[in-house]
Ligand binder design. Structure first.
Ligand SMILES: Cc1cc2nc3c(=O)[nH]c(=O)nc-3n(C[C@H](O)[C@H](O)[C@H](O)COP(=O)(O)OP(=O)(O)OC[C@H]3O[C@@H](n4cnc5c(N)ncnc54)[C@H](O)[C@@H]3O)c2cc1C
Length: 600
């Protein structure tokens, strides 16, 4: 197996040279940190990725999660990964000291998660759900619930999940039917219902599992405004914090999936014996609002999963392309000449460059968002809070959906570089492709992300989020314009930005005219176009930092020139597609809307 899954030089370049994460330490919240603690985290994550996550990547696929009719056994390798993750305090290092965290910046934590996910994303899902459940409790749980659960979760003693989906309510969460009836003699509700597709829903890694569950309190209004959020443990905690009585949360099966086979994706029945207790989180009927706060976090995590794996596939393909000898130079057909490494064939080089540009650009977008989340959390300036909040609202669906689709496409391309052996399960890229597909489906299917972007985020505060983002882009463009060597790249990004702004205004007109169906019919293409612009902007930002380093006399010519060439490649080869999409979206094309279902 390959041992290089990510380019550490690239991660450090982004963190320190592009985003200047050390500057986050100006906020009191992060004041105990420095480049030294960041480096320690990155080094440890790199080591763990290659020593424990990656070696279990294929074994967890073969020795998948198992269900014996009652209990679920996680793949054996997962126990050791959990143990080491726990020992290192990796579940929620961004949380406050008070709650058991280390007040560590998300931007650097995201980089470490990117590393772990490049090695083994199925394993990371067990870990991430636990931190997520803790974050929910932190944001809306009562002190009593926090005292009972938070440290257990953040220390990894207990595990967490996220239980939303039901057999008849996936995307449409307003239709969930799980019920919650207030117990006459206690502070809890009796929960009754079935949840499907619950990641890490059951396993034998921890002695207890804590489920945040969406359910409907008796008499609640219909739809999303009648959904509440409950904490439902597998075993009810005793007053001394040990797991007590079984809480009537039964596992009835796990999914047999095409990928992420090491993951126990369970169907859970709550209250089969009418003895499942749930404790309300926050106020009644506000469950979906609380859950969405966590989902934004989870959506960026999905992007990290997807792009982390695309990075691994790219590095495997790159190594293979340098080793695999096949054919001769296009200009020399002499059969007596030795064969050349396939990296020398223009088409293979093009395939590699497409992957490199996507991985580095999209990772840039993810780390940019994580850094903004750090600022939002720590700033005391209301304007700064508002700006970063708007940027995150706008860019989160782009990270999730474009990250997922782009990663799948990049891994498909990596498989192509491998030729026939890529299609064989002996090489990791086949599993990567299988594992990766789900990222466009869960955490809100990509079509729903597109509706979120065009339907909710773009119109937010009368377009204010878009204006803030365009302002950020303009600052990068001005900087790039002042650098002779980058003017051509900046011009392409600016042209794309103009096209995106133009089509955004056009679609606003469509929306205001009342043609809602036409408006939303453009959502997926709009998201792709918008995200490509965002990735092109990120690559330009990286090119600016690279040119500055070259001008300062750096001796890392290959690294920095590679950065600039990657930005130029994306601007010349990918951004024109975004401009073409803008033209299509302005044409009010409505065939899909007018297409009679009977014509299929
Ligand atoms: C491996 C895996 C892990 C998962 N983990 C979890 C978990 O931990 N917790 C959890 O709660 N759930 C989990 N899920 C469930 C996942 O979130 C849902 O599968 C997802 O939300 C889609 O719901 P669905 O499968 O019912 O598809 P549907 O809702 O039936 O959607 C099918 C298609 O129709 C489209 N569609 C549906 N409604 C609309 C609409 N109004 N407008 C436009 N398009 C629409 C969708 O975009 C999609 O393309 C997981 C799923 C998988 C496969």
């Amino acid at each position: 197996m390959d041992d290089q899954l990510v380019n550490m030089r690239n991660i450090r370049f982004m963190l320190y040279e592009v985003f200047d994460v050390e500057n986050l330490c100006r906020f009191p919240y992060y004041a105990d940190h420095s480049k030294e603690t960041f480096e320690l985290a990155l080094e440890t994550a790199y080591q763990m990725t290659h020593e424990i996550f990656w070696p279990a990547f294929q074994t967890m696929d073969r020795e998948e999660a198992r269900f014996d009719g009652q209990h679920v056994a996680a793949p054996p390798a997962m126990h050791e990964i959990w143990r080491q993750f726990r020992e290192g305090g990796w579940f929620a290092p961004d949380a406050t000291y008070e709650n058991g965290g280390q007040q560590f910046p998300l931007a650097v934590y995201a980089a470490t998660l990117f590393l772990f996910n490049s090695g083994n994303t199925a394993a990371c899902m067990y870990l991430n759900g636990t931190g997520g459940t803790g974050r929910l409790l932190e944001s809306c749980g009562s002190q009593e619930l926090k005292d009972l659960y938070l440290l257990k979760l953040y220390s990894g003693e207990w595990a967490g999940t996220m239980a939303l989906t039901e057999p008849d309510a996936g995307t449409s969460l307003g239709d969930i039917i799980t019920t919650a009836v207030k117990a006459p003699d206690g502070d809890y509700y009796l929960i009754n219902g079935t949840k499907r597709f619950i990641s890490s829903g059951d396993h034998d890694i921890t002695e207890n599992i804590v489920h945040p569950v969406l359910a409907r309190i008796e008499g609640a209004p219909p739809g999303v405004k009648g959904i509440s959020l409950f904490i439902v443990p597998k075993f009810r905690p005793n007053p001394d914090g040990t797991p007590g009585a079984f809480n009537d949360v039964a596992t009835t099966g796990i999914e047999h999936k095409m990928g992420l086979k090491g993951q126990a994706t369970a169907t859970l029945v709550f209250g089969d014996k009418n003895d499942c207790r749930g404790w309300l989180l926050g106020e009644p009927h506000k469950g979906l609002k609380y859950m969405f706060e966590l989902m934004n976090h989870a959506r960026v995590f999905t992007a990290i999963q997807a792009v982390g794996q695309a990075s691994a596939a790219y590095h495997c393909a790159l190594r293979y392309a340098n080793e695999r000898l096949q054919g001769r130079e296009i200009t020399s057909k002499d059969p007596t000449m030795p064969p050349i490494a396939i990296v020398n064939h223009p088409d293979v080089r093009l395939m590699l460059l497409k992957q490199k540009a996507f991985v580095e650009g999209c990772l840039g977008l993810i780390l940019y968002c994580a850094g903004k989340a750090d600022v939002r959390k720590a700033t005391t300036d209301p304007d700064e809070f508002e700006r970063t909040d708007l940027l995150l609202e706008l860019l989160t669906p782009c990270c999730k959906a474009h990250g997922a689709d782009g990663a799948f496409d990049a891994i498909r391309t990596a498989m192509q570089v491998f030729g026939g052996v890529g299609y064989s399960e002996e090489f990791p890229v086949a599993q990567m492709l299988r594992d990766n597909k789900v990222f466009s489906i869960y955490e809100g299917a990509n079509g729903i992300q597109a509706l979120d972007l065009l339907g909710r985020k773009v119109p937010l505060k009368a377009g204010q989020a878009v204006r803030v983002l365009m302002g950020e882009m303009a600052a990068t463009l001005d900087e790039a314009d002042a650098i002779e060597a980058l003017k051509d790249i900046a011009a392409k990004v600016r042209e794309t930005q103009d096209a995106v702004v133009g089509v955004t205004m056009h679609l606003a007109g469509v929306g205001m005219s009342g043609d809602v169906a036409l408006y939303v019919c453009n959502a997926s293409d709009y998201l792709e176009m918008f995200s490509r612009l965002a990735v092109g902007w990120q690559l330009l930002m990286q090119a600016v930092a690279a040119q500055k380093a070259l001008d300062a006399g750096s001796n890392e010519q290959d690294f920095y020139q590679g950065k600039i060439a990657t930005a130029r490649f994306y601007a010349n080869r990918v951004l024109p597609h975004a401009i073409a999409t803008a033209t299509i979206l302005k044409a009010n094309e409505r065939t899909a809307l007018d297409f009679n279902p009977a014509w299929f």
